[in-house]
Design a protein around this ligand. Sequence first.
Ligand code: HDD
Length: 724
Amino acid sequence: MSSRKVDENSKNRQLDEFREDSKDQFMTTDQGVRVNHVDDSLKAGFRGPTLMEDFLFRERMTHFDHESIPERVVHARGSGAHGFFQPYNDSMKEFTKAKFLTDPNVKTPLFVRFSTVVGSRGSADTVRDVRGFATKFYTEEGNYDLVGNNIPVFFIQDSIKFPDLVHAIKPRPDHEMPQASAAHDTFWDFASLMPETTHMLMWVLSDRAIPRSFRMMEGFGVHTFRFINAAGKARFVKFHWRPLLGTHSLVWDEAQKLNGKDPDWLRRDLWEAIDMGDYPEFELAVQIVEEEDEFKFNFDLLDATKIIPEELVPLRPIGKMTLNRNPDNFFAETEQVAFHPGNLVPGIDVTNDPLLQGRLFSYVDTQINRFNSANFAEVPINRPVVPVHNGQGAGFMRQTINKGKVNYWPNSLAEGHPKLASEEEGAYVHHQEKVEGHKVRARSESFKDHFSQATLFWNSMTEPEKKHLVEAIHFELGKVETIAIRERMVANFNKVAPDLAQRAAEGLGIEVKPEMATETTGNFAKDKASEKISEGKSVSESPAVSMEIGKVESAKSRRVAILLEDGYNHDEVMAIKQALQSEGAQAKIVSKVFKNLKSSTGEEIAVDKSHITTGSIMFDAVYVPGGQASVEAMKKQGDVLHFLNEAFKHCKAIGASREGIDLLLASDVAGVQVAEEASADIVSDKGVVSARAAASLDAFGASFLEAIKKHRHWNREEKSMVPA
Ligand code: HDD
């Protein structure tokens, strides 16, 4: 029997069988015939018509004409990476028999695809949107897909509403605008009439929807799933991915500008990090709830618009995912990878969450639309690394050559092969949940509360986070032209928190009119679940949902611009560059043009980026070293002054030493203290770190790094006065 042992490289080895490398090879046709010329078609005479018999022309053109497949109807724009998962220990054995989660000696290969939801395949990366976080584990027991998002709840409770949701948020059907944005009438019309969206809207309006990097966002399975252990005992489970670099975001102005300057920002960031060996790492953790505790909360575990607050059920870490290899071919891997929440392995099962139930239908259906065949699981990126044996597969593009005359079961002619496995032999056996009920187009009243977790979210934000959320409402609803939609939405926000509604209304030039709020569209019925949960546990705040509280402070892989011109201070540049690198940060020299710059003492340094090709938005921090001539030259450059103003406005760490401080003073950076003339003190104020000649460079470097590790310094009250 073929082996089901899997190691970290199993998938890579399998893919190798399909890889093509043209090095040292002759060009051929698809039939393997060598080709001598590809610049002229075969013609009747030098100026004559092209001949139908030109098989080379026809083959090239046909391939080109058929190069595209339908883009995903949602999550069309994405970026993929290979990696592996390894459990820390066997502590999950008590809860699940899924081997890849319980054996610390097994490194399971996997492929992850991160995505935006709304935009088309060529849209920009840094739009305000949910991010998809889909992982295909190639396990010893077959493929397991965890198809999640970077937000732990969803807009709707029942997947029958998914087409409406997506129609409303996608560009309008009449003029196909706007691209990759919820900020238009149709989305907010729908959202305001569907109050079950409110909790998710709070997350989408928060900074979570503009991640700094795919490497710096959480992932969530969203639904409540089931773990089943070897004894057959089932428990409820929620999946969480936690980035080791912490969860960090862009600011909205920066995100919008990046859409123009580098629409591939997130894709490039992921690719470059892996390319440089800065492998993204995520911890997988779970919340586990005993079956008998199903109704112990004041919400329904089957309602995907609810989180289980971590304060009620803490996370249990399982292991770590490392992404360590970029794909070889975008189309073959990232575009063709096909996920499905119903790809399950023994030990993991679904629940009756009506959103999940609908997904179990949709994903295979949509893959058939994309691939035009049910044989998409044979595409290399989708193949399990364990053998596949069944009588299926005739149809478009079948690859496998199944031997023998038998493709049915039961059979005697093939001696009953392929054999059926018992549960002990690894067969997937569905959890035997008892179900009964009348056929009803309705839901339990346990799904009726659409607001209290939205309030929980609002209450858990720090003031800067609240401010950003309110500003996001001003943007999103500000783009809505129908005043009644703005008013209805603000009335719904009033049910979340009156101060939220008030602040939202102020920026929109409207009044809060509570009577305009929408109740619900659902058809609800009282049942056992609704009676039980009314007594259930809740919390009024959940610090875990804030990105600011408990923020991971790290400079690893952060990008720092060093602004220079000829005559810079060499020692300072070298010392700070080294300090940054020692903490895993990247230093890039930014100057007016590409050239080798000369220091005041004659050393040379190459420019990495010119002001024409970059901007402060492409960096996490900025440093201005001393050097009279360098600083004097930069004082006259609008690009440099804008760079500093903008970095200040976006609350990024700024470092300046010696004459570099004068450049800071020449910019519009306001309301911060800097080191006094002739002082040996290092001054660190609101993330602006400065030191004069007398101060130690080492100590200055350490203070600057501290400021970088905080990522953003929201306490810059004066930033709104800074023109950038
Ligand atoms: Fe979905 C793609 C995540 C609800 C139907 N979804 C898709 C992808 C992710 C998610 C990450 C992209 C996978 C990839 O990278 O190829 N979707 C979610 C989450 C949801 C969710 C976390 C709620 C908890 N989705 C959802 C519903 C439906 C769909 C309710 C329909 C009933 N989703 C799809 C789809 C897509 C898809 C139409 C489009 C492309 C694809 O499947 O492969 O089937």
